[in-house]
Ligand binder design. Sequence first.
Ligand code: PLP
Length: 361
Amino acid sequence: MNDAIRPQPGILDIALYQGGQSHLPGQSNVVKLSSNENPFGPGERTKEVFLRAVHSLHRYPGTDHASLRQAIAEVHGLDAGRIICGAGSDEIITFLCQAYAGPGDEVIHTEHGFLMYRISALAVGATPVVVPERERTTDVDAILAACSPRTKLVFIANPNNPTGTMIGAKDMARLAERLPAQAILVLDGAYAEYVEAYDGGKALIEARDNVVMTRTFSKIYGLGGLRIGWGYGPQPIIDVLTRIRGPFNLSTAQLDTAEAAVRDQDHVARCRAENARMRVWLAEALAEMGVPSDVSMANFVLARFADAAEAEGCDAYLRSQGLIVRQVAGYNLPHCLRITVGDESSCRRVAHAVAQFKGQR
Ligand SMILES: *Cc1c(COP(=O)(O)O)cnc(C)c1O
């Protein structure tokens, strides 16, 4: 052991991210409802475009992502010059931390916020600052109270994972307005497409110089396995992020497939509608069994149990039935289980199994 070889400060404080499990030993017909994936996957044309990428595997991809940025800009009414694409929105979060935070700086996230904010902050030696939520909802006043001259980034997922709750445009604007001058507000819109008529924060970004949004192809677009995300913000910030982006961070397959996906908004609309239908159904079914949840704006339901023991017991029973959901003790919600809204038969299976579990008690 060579004690002189040491990683940068903060790195050894990172707890490894646990992805949603996808297999149960000895079980077939397993339903994975643990990673908020779209049960329908990408649309047909998107899959065809991905297959076609086999013909250009020997070529380096383009470095400017111009065609994908153009497609995103057209669909969302954005300025293509202020879009940056990455290997999942995780990579955009990483760029933001690398570019704007370091030792001595503070990165704010909320009590039940996405774990990648903390990991990315620690990876650059910055200090994560955890802010309480109010009833599992982002509390703008608590965030403002936690700001200091060292605050560089404030991460909010809206809707949030794993709570499914979101704050409105007025609250977002008030937060952006009152942040200290050196801080950037990052609106993580991983689930924005699931919210009817929500712009992900676009209007706020256009009105200000301190707000960035991150978006992903991993959720409603059904491309979590391909790793594509993007960010949008003020030109000076995007220019900084682009300097640290690897020139070949996205493959041709990623770029072309994402472009086909974003151009297929019919598929997005169908997935949004089906998710909304089954989300309501699942939440109501659970509530009838005495398992409440907050109104979710995303593609999962955060089911609340009496205590951690009951949540763990229910999780164990669901596993015995071939159903994988997500324990969220790592998000300070040990009495809850996050259940992704699957297709209709998966929702029925999970509701049936929870009912059996509750009935046995
Ligand atoms: C799933 C998720 C993401 C997506 O990450 P990718 O790297 O784009 O797959 C981002 N933020 C939140 C809050 C999420 O739940």
